[in-house]
Structure formats: structure tokens, C-alpha cells
Design a binder for this molecule. Structure first.
Ligand code: B12
Ligand code: SF4
Length: 453
């Protein structure tokens, strides 16, 4: 019997958001593609926008798997509808459909909830034999009588046995120019209320071996590498050991960035190793400068620790991108307080998001009754999608836009040069342009918020 031919497609949206200029993919589909090819399947991967003819060609596969976020789910559903009309079996997975399987099953045949690394392979094997997937953990589908069958997720995968993502399986990627994203761990020991990571991957912090990480670094070592871990330094001992190994094996990239939490920046030995391995900037979930909001979000740090974090990072010539979230309980002053704080402490770049209740998170349960709509395209952090308690949605949106514009004003761009962090002038110009573009593109959305009192 010939084995199934499989296509894996990441749904892509062309809307402007903080990371529009970053062309980094998520690694989930490339990892599943790697598992499938190691098991003898032909698998092609699509991680960038597809041309119409490429889309038409998908009908030549036996099975198409589609990955998405909440903000790209519309594109995923449109593709699923198109393929199902052509009698192609469609499987969906990722952080949105894992928690909205019934919504997704209107547009696909199967949803794989949580980690798909091994369950997708299990499903493919059963479908090939013409069997139904009752016994597969983490799968949802409609039975013959059109009722939903939801199988519970059965534990976490053994991350150290998961193969490395293989981006070379994508015809859209030049084999000598693969995306410089490397993920060394999975899960996060924290449990912030607005984050999908722990509902999806659990709180157990799991690692790849140093050898596997170094093997993944080799082909992208000459580039600016992004460590796409949710929390690259959640276990500082492990991170330090990895960074030492990178130095020992001469696997230090041109420069790197990654996400870390505030508390890790108090470890000077870690910061020294980060500097030595050419860390340029870290993305830090500061979230708020109001102790009550920090507590509500479940953050482990205090406001005082943030100042120390910024100073320590700068002492080692490492930049900081501060990630902030204004809550539905906050007044519009919260956005101003955040930007005042960011300016005072000299944070290099920032994003001020509005609380975005992603399905599966505590924030979703808490704000369910205050959602303005469920147009998922707008669930990207930039759009106000929750009715705030102390002001109108429009006022909140405008407060955030005004404060982002203040932070990225041309005057501040022109005075942003710092010795050893000269790059930040360019980053802030990027922020300035992005805000102008975003406001223009979203004029109708902003106007529509006036309808909610
Ligand atoms: C690195 C990263 C980025 C990078 C690059 C990747 C990218 N383009 O998204 C950048 C900085 C660009 C980014 C931007 C954004 N991100 Co981001 N990002 C991540 C992060 C930290 C890692 C992504 C990753 O590779 N994960 C590891 C792989 C293995 O996971 P995975 O791809 O989801 O795949 C696994 C499963 O989901 C499942 N699966 C996934 N797809 C499929 C498909 C099929 C068919 C099957 C069977 C299974 C399956 O199986 C995979 C293997 O186990 C995740 C958090 C996380 N841990 O996932 C957030 C995350 C994906 N981002 C998130 C968000 C919201 C965004 C932004 C909208 C805004 C923001 N918060 O900054 C933008 C928009 C990006 C866009 N439109 O492309 C949310 C998504 C929540 C949601 N419900 O939509 C996440 C989950 C973080 C969070 N706060 O909860 N992001
Ligand atoms: S520390 Fe970061 S990755 Fe971990 S739960 Fe909080 S927001 Fe998510």
C-alpha cells in the first residue's frame, strides 16, 4: 500500500501586528513534518502565504493538516472549507482549535488538541487503514450520527525524543536559508492568566538535549537567532549549562534574542553568559506596573524587581523589549503609567497590549461575559476586544494607541541612541512606522468601538 501524501499548512494573515516584520514561523508544523518523514511519509510544508495555484494543488494530497492561531483562524477555516468541498480530509491543530474544537469541526474532519507531535502520526496510520480514531488521546471529531466525540489529552509528549523541526520540507524555504528559530524547551512553570502556553503544553518545563540544540543552531549560527522558548531562562541552571556548551562547541550565533522572566535577570552569572553568547535583546513579560494587576495576572515578580531587571540587563549591554498588558479592570491611566515607567527606566522597546482572552486561558473564563465580539482575527493583542470596566472600549483603545505613539514618537526615536545599543534607533523607527500603519489600517475597527458604551 502506498503511504499517504500529506501537506501541512500554517494559516497566515496579512494584518499588521507588532511582529509583522518578523518573518519567523512557529515550529510545530515543521516538527510534525519531521516526525512524518522519519516514519516514511511524503510530507510538504507550507509556512508562508500560498499562491492560488499552490492552494489548488493541495487537492492532490490525501490529507491536509492546518495550523493556526486565534488571529489566523479565519484563513484556516476558509482553507478547510475549500478542501472539504473537494473531498480532502482536513485535520486542524494549534492553540485556538485545541480549546474550540466544536467551532473548528465545522471546517475540518479532526481536531488534534494540545501537542500533535505523536498523535498526528497515530491518526494518519489509522485513517490509512480505514479505521476510526476512537482510541487516540486528544482528538475531537464528529461521529456518524453527528455528535461530538472529545477524547481527553493523554499526558505530555517526551520532549527529549521529539525530532528537530525540518523546515527544508517546505518548497517555500531555500535549503541554505532556513528560519533562524530554535526552541530548546517546552512548557512554563508559571501560570499567567492570559497565556495559552500552560493550558496547551503544561507547567512541566521540558528540555531538548544540549546536543540537539547545538545541531539545530549550526545551520543558522551565522544569523540573528530567536530562541522561541516561552521562557528561555525558567530554569537558570539549565540555561547556563546550555550557554556554556554553546561557547565550548563554538555554536555562538551572530546574535540572539529570547523571552525571559523578570526574576531571571537577577542572576549575574546568567547575564554574563548571555552577553558572552551575544544576546542582543530579551523579551520580558513585565505586563503591568500596578501591583494589583500583577497579582491578578499571576505574575511572580514585583514592580521593584522590574527596575532592577532593566538596569541589570543594560549593565551587560543586553536590550529589553518590555511586554505589557492593560487589563479590563484598569482605567485608561494604566497605559499612561506603563509608558511613564518605560520611559523612566529606559526600556528599549515596548508593546502595550490590551487584555486578549485567548480560548483555553483563565482570562477567557474571567472575561467571557465582557467580550465585545468573537471576530478572532482581532484577537492579536493590538485590538481591544473586551469591554473595560472603568471606561469605554473606544477610550481604552485610544489610550493605548496614544501611549504607544508617545513611546515611539519621532522625537524619542531621534534621541534613542545609546552606546552598545545603537540598534535601538532602528527598532524604534520600526515601532513608529508600525503604529502609523496600524492606526490607518484599523480606522474602521477603532470607529466601530464607539458603538459599545
Ligand atoms: C515564538 C512565538 C512567536 C514568534 C514567531 C512565531 C509566530 N509566527 O507566531 C513571534 C514573535 C513572531 C510571535 C508572534 C505572535 N504571537 Co506568538 N508565540 C510564539 C511561541 C512562544 C512559540 C511558538 C512555537 O513555535 N511553539 C512551539 C510549537 C511546537 O508549538 P506549535 O507550533 O503551537 O505546535 C504544537 C501544537 O500547537 C500542535 N499543533 C500546532 N499546529 C498544528 C497543526 C496540526 C494539523 C496538528 C495536528 C497539530 C498542531 O502540535 C504542535 C507540536 O506539539 C508561542 C507559545 C508556544 N509555546 O507555542 C506563542 C503564541 C503562539 N503566540 C501567540 C500570539 C497571540 C502571537 C501574536 C498574535 C501576538 C503576540 N502575543 O505577540 C503574534 C502573531 C503572530 C502571527 N500572526 O504569525 C499565542 C497564540 C494564542 C492564540 N490562541 O492565538 C501563543 C500561544 C502565546 C500565548 N501568549 O499564549 N509568536
Ligand atoms: S511566564 Fe510567560 S510563558 Fe510562562 S505562563 Fe507567564 S506569560 Fe506564559
Amino acid at each position: 500500500m502506498n503511504k499517504y501524501r500529506i501537506a501541512l499548512v500554517e494559516a497566515v494573515s496579512d494584518l499588521t501586528h507588532v511582529y509583522s516584520r518578523t518573518c519567523l514561523p512557529r515550529v510545530g508544523l515543521a516538527t510534525i513534518a519531521s516526525v512524518l518523514t522519519k516514519n516514511g511519509y511524503t510530507c510538504d510544508l507550507w509556512i508562508k502565504p500560498m499562491s492560488e495555484s499552490e492552494k489548488m494543488n493541495l487537492v492532490n494530497y490525501d490529507l491536509v493538516g492546518i495550523g493556526s492561531l486565534s488571529s489566523t483562524i479565519r484563513e484556516a477555516y476558509l482553507l478547510g472549507d475549500f478542501l472539504r468541498k473537494k473531498n480532502i480530509k482536513v485535520v486542524m491543530g494549534g492553540p485556538h482549535v485545541s480549546f474550540m474544537p466544536e467551532e473548528a469541526l465545522d471546517h475540518c474532519d479532526y481536531v488534534i488538541k494540545g501537542e500533535g507531535d505523536t498523535s498526528f502520526l497515530e491518526l494518519v496510520k489509522l485513517l490509512e487503514k480505514g479505521e476510526t480514531p476512537e482510541a487516540i488521546g486528544g482528538i475531537s471529531y464528529k461521529t456518524h450520527d453527528n455528535t461530538f466525540q472529545h477524547n481527553a489529552v493523554q499526558g505530555l509528549v517526551n520532549f527529549s525524543e521529539v525530532p528537530s523541526p525540518d523546515f527544508t520540507l517546505s518548497p517555500q524555504i531555500d535549503k541554505n536559508n532556513i528560519p533562524p528559530i530554535v526552541i530548546t524547551s517546552r512548557g512554563c512553570p508559571h501560570d499567567c492568566s492570559f497565556c495559552s502556553v500552560t493550558p496547551l503544553f503544561g507547567r512541566k518545563y521540558r528540555f531538548k538535549s544540549h546536543a540537539q540544540v547545538i545541531e539545530e543552531l549550526r545551520p543558522v549560527q551565522h544569523k540573528s537567532v530567536c530562541f522561541g522558548d516561552d521562557n528561555f531562562c525558567a530554569n537558570p541552571k539549565q540555561t547556563k549549562s546550555l550557554l556554556r556548551e554553546m561557547i565550548k562547541q563554538k555554536a555562538v550565533p551572530l546574535r540572539w534574542s529570547g523571552q525571559m522572566c523578570v526574576s531571571a535577570a537577577s542572576d549575574h552569572e546568567l547575564l554574563e553568559l548571555m552577553k558572552e553568547t551575544r544576546c542582543r535583546i530579551v523579551y520580558v513579560g513585565v505586563e503591568s506596573v500596578d501591583p494589583a494587576t500583577l497579582k491578578k495576572y499571576g505574575k511572580a515578580h514585583t514592580v521593584d524587581a522590574v527596575k532592577q531587571c532593566v538596569d541589570n540587563l543594560h549593565k551587560y549591554n543586553i536590550g529589553i523589549h518590555g511586554m505589557f498588558v492593560v487589563d479590563s479592570k484598569d482605567s485608561p491611566d494604566a497605559a499612561k503609567n506603563i509608558v511613564d515607567y518605560a520611559i523612566k527606566t529606559d526600556i528599549d522597546t515596548i508593546q502595550v497590549f490590551s487584555i486578549t482572552p485567548f480560548p483555553g486561558t483563565r482570562a477567557y473564563t474571567e472575561n467571557k461575559d465582557r467580550l465585545l465580539h468573537s471576530q478572532w482575527t482581532q484577537y492579536d493583542g493590538m485590538h481591544v476586544v473586551v469591554n473595560p470596566e472603568k471606561c469605554s472600549a473606544y477610550d481604552m483603545q485610544m489610550a493605548i494607541v496614544d501611549q504607544m505613539n508617545r513611546f515611539y514618537s519621532m522625537k524619542r526615536v531621534l534621541t534613542s541612541y545609546r552606546k552598545n545599543r545603537g540598534w535601538r534607533v532602528k527598532y524604534r523607527i520600526g515601532g513608529h512606522i508600525l503604529m502609523k500603519k496600524w492606526v490607518k489600517e484599523n480606522a474602521d475597527y477603532i470607529e466601530s468601538l464607539k458603538a459599545y458604551s
